[in-house]
Design a binder for this molecule. Structure first.
Ligand SMILES: Nc1ncnc2c1ncn2[C@@H]1O[C@H](COP(=O)(O)OP(=O)(O)OP(=O)(O)O)[C@@H](O)[C@H]1O
Ligand SMILES: [Mg+2]
Length: 376
């Protein structure tokens, strides 16, 4: 037969319930109740905790003052402590993240008691943190992947200025050996060497800025941002003889968003287009970029003439790890990451469709990526 009274049942339930730490404190914050889950979560046994002060057990130093004054306010003025997430302290010193609710019992008596009911969120926080770190690594990998190719092409971008420097320098040496070096020739050639080395150092700076680029929301000119992306891609586009036709519209559009992220997305799209041109053996290669100002948004359209994306896979291209490329380097994260950057960081939208369009009386067929971003 069940011999419990209703109250006994609840007392036993609360004392044994796993993962829900319940502690009771009197007016001077001394522990008067400490259930089994509190022992688990905070590491102190009932015997260790009983009679000790709340702030000497589980409150981290930086919160002590605030917690004491909140509790006093509750006892003195009846201002309840709101429910919420708190980083408390385990006996070992480590942080225990809890979702904490509080209740005052015997409120009308001379000895009210405050009870805290804490649910342990530490594992959840740890998982969240792991996910965040995984995301960070993925983002970094995708940035590096989009860069990798460009580093190869830096060589291409550098070949001409480097050979110019070498030729002019040996010209100076030769003329000097034959004692025919004039001041005018020396000045002109030195100027050309300076200009070329400035160009080399500028390309390095551009790449470095992009790689180190911060994740920061700032106002920026979208047209200039696209031009900057194209500059980073110059090695790729020159080497693969890709003609970029950017319309002159929207040169003054400014938005407040993450410029570095937009650069990364454009790089991913154009790197893909380059691969499609090669795969589909397109000889006359064009990319059209249009920028348009809508009433509250801006629209960036990037079209190519690489024949388009097969309709069986077009819905999959933004999926993580989706790739049709056989080389080991391709991981299928380029567009997945681009979509996440646009949707989650930039709060915009990115879509792809196949387009047929005419430019200067010639018809082009290819993929069109459309990015929509809010103006503010
Ligand atoms: N402009 C395009 N024309 C044709 N197919 C495209 C185009 N852009 C993307 N795709 C297709 O979308 C797929 C996914 O692209 P995504 O950038 O996500 O991965 P990937 O380029 O294959 O690999 P990664 O970017 O990781 O090197 C590509 O494998 C390709 O089949
Ligand atoms: Mg790609």
């Amino acid at each position: 037969m069940n011999t419990y009274t209703k109250d006994d049942k609840f007392v036993e339930l609360i004392s044994k319930i796993p993962n829900v730490a319940v502690q009771g404190y009197n007016r001077d914050r001394t522990v008067i109740y400490w259930n089994k889950a509190s022992e688990e979560i905070y590491g102190y046994t009932y015997e260790e905790a009983f009679g000790k002060k709340l702030e000497d057990l589980i409150i981290p130093d930086f919160m002590k003052e605030g917690v004491i004054s909140h509790i006093q306010n509750w006892y003195d003025k009846g201002i309840a402590i709101p429910t919420g997430e708190l980083p408390l302290k385990h006996k070992s010193g480590s942080t225990v993240h809890v979702f904490s609710s509080h209740v005052m019992l015997k409120e009308d008596t001379s000895e009210p008691e405050m009870f805290c009911v804490d649910i342990n969120l530490t594992e959840q926080k740890r998982q969240e943190q792991l996910l965040k770190e995984k995301d960070k690594i993925l983002l970094h990998q995708s940035k590096m992947a989009s860069m990798g190719e460009m580093f190869e092409n830096i060589a291409h971008q550098w070949r001409e200025p480097l050979s110019m420097i070498a030729t002019t320098a040996s010209g100076i040496q030769l003329q000097n050996d034959f004692k025919i070096l004039s001041d005018t020739y020396l000045n002109n050639t030195l100027n050309s060497i300076i200009e070329n080395s400035q160009y080399l150092s500028q390309t390095i700076n551009d790449f470095r800025d992009f790689i180190k680029g911060e994740h920061k929301k700032i106002p920026f000119n979208v047209y200039d941002n696209i031009q900057y992306s194209l500059k980073l891609l110059e090695g790729v586009t020159n080497k693969n003889v890709i003609n970029i036709i950017m319309s002159k519209n929207g040169q003054n559009i400014k938005i407040c968003n993450y410029p570095n992220e937009l650069v990364q997305v454009i790089i991913n799209i154009i790197n893909n287009t380059k691969d499609a041109f090669i795969k589909n053996e397109i000889t006359k290669r064009c990319i059209f970029i249009d920028l348009e100002e809508l009433s509250r948004e801006i629209k960036i359209s990037i079209k190519d003439n690489a024949k388009g994306i097969n309709k069986d896979i077009i819905n999959k291209v933004f999926e993580e790890n989706f790739t049709t490329k056989e080389d080991k380097e391709a991981t299928g994260i380029g567009l997945y990451m681009s979509q996440r950057l646009i949707n989650e960081s930039m709060k915009g939208n990115i879509e792809v469709k196949n387009s047929i369009y005419t430019y200067e009386s010639v018809e082009y067929t290819g993929a069109e990526f459309i990015i929509i971003l809010n103006k503010d």
